[in-house]
Design a protein around this ligand. Structure first.
Ligand SMILES: [Zn+2]
Ligand SMILES: [Zn+2]
Length: 351
């Protein structure tokens, strides 16, 4: 079967690999759609970030080349011994976090913080950019009838956004700002509205992304190339600043502004991943008792996310900007995402 494998920076190849087979406690899935994630792009442009090179991954024992793709939906085509909660023919999504079950975070139920954490589609023996993949049964969730396979491929990034909002201190009627309106930012906007935010201001340089942000519930949008974000945010909040800000841009200026725009005691939630460090003046925190928190992946969020999609509070399909075939993943996927910042989520079909 065909699969897209990461061999090195700027070296992703679509190759023929052996079709995986089930063993006890696992499920074989025929992949319908798999989204290209920002972290896949990071691995392509600047990797390896999390992909094991040389030294085997502590949990999975894998080393590069690895099959990419961790945001996928599909249909069950085979189940191993002992699997009862899904059967052949079921439409499913996969929660790709791999955890050891033994370490202290795992023991306390926070498997997203496992010290040996891995991801199916980054550090494991398979991924969603392939015709078939085999995963542990406990990672497989049934997709509700009313959700399409395309929406199913958005459940994973939506879980990142829902986790960020769920773990923040946001309360009914709060004001917030979202920095960055890429796929995660667009999902944070919707999750914040669903959580009861009265005001969701969005800061983003791409006009196409700002238009999408408005369509998905932003109450005010700011292009920092045309307006000064801090001045506008203060004006919109009667000079007080916002209760909560979400940083989903991965840019130093955005993180600084996301702190400056907070009211005293407000909270910044860092959602993005960073390629390098930044400088930060701690007085931005201390003088106003502002807080910084962060959110990593998701923990028990998939059922919650699918409910929010089913109820219409999260519109997954609106994020999809392009659909391509696996064979075109480098030219039409990675390269397009890198050069065209108006893109949002690109979905890949293995066949
Ligand atoms: Zn992802
Ligand atoms: Zn663990």
């Amino acid at each position: 079967m065909k699969a897209a494998m990461w061999y090195g920076r700027k070296d992703v190849r679509v190759v023929d690999i052996e079709t995986p087979v089930v063993k006890a406690g696992t499920v074989k899935i025929q992949v319908s759609w798999c989204g290209i994630c920002g972290s896949d792009l990071h691995e392509y442009i600047a990797g390896p970030m999390t992909i094991p090179v040389g030294t085997p991954h502590p949990l999975t024992g894998q080393v590069a080349p690895v099959v990419l793709g961790h945001e996928f939906s599909g249909q069950v085509v085979d189940v191993g011994e002992g699997v009862t909660h899904v059967q052949v023919g079921d439409r499913v999504v996969v929660e790709p976090v791999l955890s050891c079950g033994q370490c202290s975070p795992c023991q306390s139920g926070r498997y997203n913080l496992c010290v040996h954490r891995g991801f199916h589609g980054l550090t494991s023996d398979g991924g969603g950019f392939s015709e078939y993949t085999v995963v542990q049964a406990n990672l497989v969730h049934k997709l509700p009838e009313s959700l399409s396979f395309e929406a199913g491929a958005i459940v994973e990034p939506a879980a990142v956004a829902v986790q960020a909002v769920y773990s923040s201190g946001i309360r009914l009627g709060d004001t917030c700002v979202v920095f960055g309106a890429g796929p995660i930012g667009l999902l944070v906007i919707q999750a914040a509205r669903a959580a009861g935010a009265s005001t969701v201001i969005v800061v983003e340089v791409s006009e196409q992304r700002l238009a999408k942000a408005k369509q998905l519930g932003a109450t005010y949008v700011i292009n920092p190339q045309r307006e000064e974000p801090l001045a506008v945010i203060l004006e919109l909040t009667g000079g007080h600043g916002v209760d909560v800000s979400f940083e989903a841009a991965g840019a130093e200026a955005a993180l600084t502004q996301a702190l400056e725009c907070l009211k005293p005691g407000g909270e910044l939630v860092v959602v993005s991943l960073w390629e390098r460090g930044i400088s930060l003046h701690p007085n931005l925190l201390v003088l106003n008792e502002r807080k910084i928190s962060s959110s990593a992946a998701y923990c028990r969020m998939f059922p919650r996310v699918m409910s929010l999609m089913t109820s219409g509070q999260i519109n997954a399909e609106a994020l999809i900007s392009k659909k391509i075939y696996l064979g075109d993943i480098v030219a039409e996927g990675f390269e397009t995402l890198w050069t065209d910042k108006s893109q949002s989520k690109i979905l890949v079909r293995p066949r």
